[in-house]
Design a protein around this ligand. Structure first.
Ligand code: ADP
Length: 716
């Protein structure tokens, strides 16, 4: 259903947009509570006066970092700019002085950063355009805490300063160790150009004496430079372009990655902007926080037909989200419907995302696009946008799932993209003579291709996993690499997860996790008994996920000591068969045919093992989440499952889970039985594996570093 558009219609659309009209907000994903688009700037002034000691800490933001560099777009139309306090966002210097005056004179100061019992911490971050600068000054003498924040919130920028003083027992009192008389310790942390982060800790340990501490934060001359934590250099700006992103809209792992990776990259000195469609199904609580950034008309089709492009902006956690607004394309309750609608929708989106970057005058070093929905971005960039301001950007295309490629009639794609004929040759977009393949075009034109695990990067070059693009991928293998996904510890952390009945960590998992198992059994109407072996399965119910194998062996899993909990939606054949099993094995099998984030958290926390027997699995996040929640994954050795789950070896008592190789139900059953055997006969080794899994680093940190290195390599 090609969208019909006339100019009149567009004008109407604009009005609606500006008003941020309430619309159908059926959410595809449940989300926590992001918030804080507010930006604060501070004037930290805290005074604590110890006695015999003088500790001075300065944090200074230098010129580049100082400029509040709040580059408000040419059309900030309805942008909210909010400034509290006299402090001026970026251009601020913060100084902290901690003085201790020897009651009896001798005051010892352990120079560097740990004088006595006092702690001062200074963090300074400054990021230019649409960035965050943060200054923290902490002094912990007695029992006091002073925190000042001032925020200025222009479009996409954040400046934050915190000053904390935490005396030990009393306000303005510090126990000072009578040591070297009135020594002065001075520390300075300096944030230099663009978004450098510096952190300095100064601790003073007041011991025998009560002293007064004075902590001040104010602009001063710098005296000593001692950056504690350097951000990786050089800084790079990256535009993420993709079709879904948690918590706005998520149907699978792509949504997780689009949320977590930019956030981690922002911590690693990348300036990140995420460009998404503004679907009507994005929950109202996010829609209403979006700020109108501007709009324009864009030629799209080969006959010159043009469409409205609105830009709505939302800033959160150091990342700027720009939503492409056009209600003709994005009104459906689900981001994906059918190819007839989806092809024009994502042709439009890919071009509009690039046009929006030019409109916002934001020239990224790298444009990182994801899956077929954004795969035309490198094609557009190398053709119609070559001579525009963003034309010099490098492109990275990440394949999250090769199965979905955006293949449709060549004539229709040619019409909707308006791309020149030469890109439709057989080595670029064309497949099987009459069709065009959007993903293939992206793979051809991208400067680098990544996929989400090393094994999958190799597998997709074989006919078995290549989805008819294996030869094309082999041809482009020189620019292809695999980088395994991570999980976001802010969301997936059993110690802090607000959705759990009982929080637990590595230290108490063995006693506390079983309480979550009982809570899960109660919630789902299963027999409540923490001695049962509970197997979870959280998945889209499609044939990618190995569910035919599960169907074949499910009756054999149920033995009176085992329970199976399924959560998912998808193909009717699987939904129906799992419903059948729930009826057949009441109290032992529970099939939750739904999409429910909270229930997913409950299952990860309550299950002993998690099944992921996928036919193919580019990376897989559920096994990572499971390990972090102390579950033992039972997986097929493919793609990211192979890269992240080391098979348990009973002789060395080492490994993370139980695995099988060929896609056969007998081998899956065997793997589950090996898991059960260990669980029921050697709990000590099982428990060790639980703790080993929780301890395993499955965060985004190292993966994000690899992406960063790739960006730097491409833009040297
Ligand atoms: P894929 O991207 O192929 O769907 P992944 O394992 O990469 O698979 O990511 C799946 C993500 O979606 C995980 O975060 C998982 O918890 C979540 N998920 C899958 N199905 C459901 C569901 N029915 N309800 C809630 N979350 C789900």
């Amino acid at each position: 259903m090609p969208a019909k558009s006339t100019r009149k219609k567009k004008t109407h659309t604009v009005k609606k947009t500006v008003k941020t009209v309430k619309r159908n907000t059926k959410a595809t994903a449940v989300s926590p509570d992001p918030v804080a688009t507010d930006i604060k700037a501070v004037k930290p002034v805290t005074e604590v006066k110890p006695a015999a000691k003088k500790v001075e800490t300065k944090a200074e933001v230098k010129p580049a970092a100082k400029k509040a560099e709040i580059k408000v777009d040419a059309k900030p139309a309805e942008k909210k700019v909010e400034t509290k306090s006299e402090a001026k966002p970026a251009a601020k210097k913060a100084e902290t002085k901690v003085e201790a005056k020897p009651a009896e004179k001798k005051v010892e100061t352990k120079a560097e950063a740990k004088p006595a019992a006092k702690k001062a911490e200074t963090k300074v971050e400054a990021k230019p355009t649409e960035k965050k600068s943060e200054t923290k000054v902490e002094a912990k003498p007695a029992a006091k805490k002073v925190e000042t924040k001032a925020e200025a919130k222009p479009a996409a920028k954040k400046a934050e300063t915190k000053v904390e003083a935490k005396p030990a027992e009393k306000k303005s009192e510090t126990k000072a160790e009578a040591k070297p008389a009135a020594k002065k310790v001075e520390t300075k942390a300096e944030a230099k150009p663009a978004a450098k982060k510096a952190e300095t800790k100064v601790e003073a340990k007041p011991a025998e004496k009560k002293v007064e501490a004075k902590v001040e934060a104010k602009p001063v001359e710098e005296k000593k430079e001692e950056p504690v934590k350097e951000l990786p250099q050089p800084r790079r700006s990256v535009a993420f372009i993709g079709s879904e992103c948690y918590p706005f809209v998520k149907t699978g792992g792509l949504g997780d990655v689009m949320y977590a990776l930019p956030k981690e990259l922002a911590k690693q000195n990348c300036d990140v902007k995420v460009i998404l469609p503004r679907y009507a199904c994005i929950p109202e609580k996010y829609q209403e926080k979006m700020v109108y950034r501007g709009s324009f008309d864009m030629n799209l089709c080969s006959d010159g037909r043009s469409f409205y492009v609105g830009i709505m902006e939302y800033v959160w956690d150091g990342v700027v989200y720009d939503f492409i607004d056009n209600q003709e394309f994005f009104t459906n309750g689900n981001p994906y419907t059918n190819l007839i609608d989806d092809i024009p929708k994502f042709c439009y989106f890919s071009k509009a995302a690039l046009a929006a970057l030019n409109y916002m005058d934001w020239e990224p070093d790298v444009i990182h696009c994801h899956d077929w929905q954004a795969a035309l971005v490198p094609v557009y960039l190398d053709t119609m946008f070559k001579d525009t301001p963003i034309g010099g950007a490098k492109t990275v295309l990440t394949i999250h799932n090769l199965r979905f490629q955006g293949i449709y009639d060549k004539k229709m794609i040619s019409y909707w993209t308006g791309l020149p004929d030469y890109v439709f040759n057989k080595d670029a977009l064309t497949v099987k003579w009459l069709d065009a393949n959007m993903l293939k075009g992206g793979l051809t034109y991208a400067d680098a291709i990544t996929t989400v695990s090393g094994t999958y990067a190799w597998e997709i070059q074989t006919p078995e996993y290549g989805e008819d693009l294996d030869a094309h991928l082999r041809y482009h293998s020189g620019k292809l690499r695999g980088i395994v996904n991570g999980i976001d510890y802010d969301i997936w952390n059993p110690a802090t997860d607000p959705r759990l009945a009982n929080n637990y960590d590595l230290g108490n998992v063995l006693t506390e996790k079983r309480k979550n198992k009982k809570a899960l059994q109660e919630e789902l109407g299963l027999e409540v008994d923490d001695g049962k072996f509970v197997i979870g399965l959280v998945s889209r119910l499609t044939n990618q996920k190995g569910l035919d194998l599960v169907n074949e062996i499910l009756p054999q899993l149920i033995d009176g000591n085992t329970q199976v909990v399924i959560l998912g939606t998808g193909d009717a054949q699987y939904e129906d068969s799992f419903r059948y099993y729930e009826n057949a094995y009441r109290g032992q099998v529970c099939s939750n045919i739904m999409y429910d984030e909270t229930r997913a958290h409950h299952i990860y926390a309550g299950a002993d093992a998690l099944l992921v027997p996928s036919r193919f699995e580019p990376c897989g996040l559920t096994q990572l989440i499971a390990m972090h929640y102390g579950d033992i994954p039972i997986v097929r050795e493919t793609g990211g499952l192979k890269d992240t789950v080391e098979p348990y070896n009973e002789y060395t008592n080492w490994g993370n889970g139980f695995t099988f190789d060929r896609y056969e139900s007998g081998l899956l059953l065997d793997a589950v039985n090996r898991a059960k055997t260990l669980y029921f006969t050697n709990r000590w080794c099982w428990d060790e594996m639980v703790q080993r899994n929780m301890d395993k680093d499955v965060s985004w940190e190292s993966s994000a570093r690899q992406y960063r290195d790739l960006y730097v390599d491409l833009t040297r």
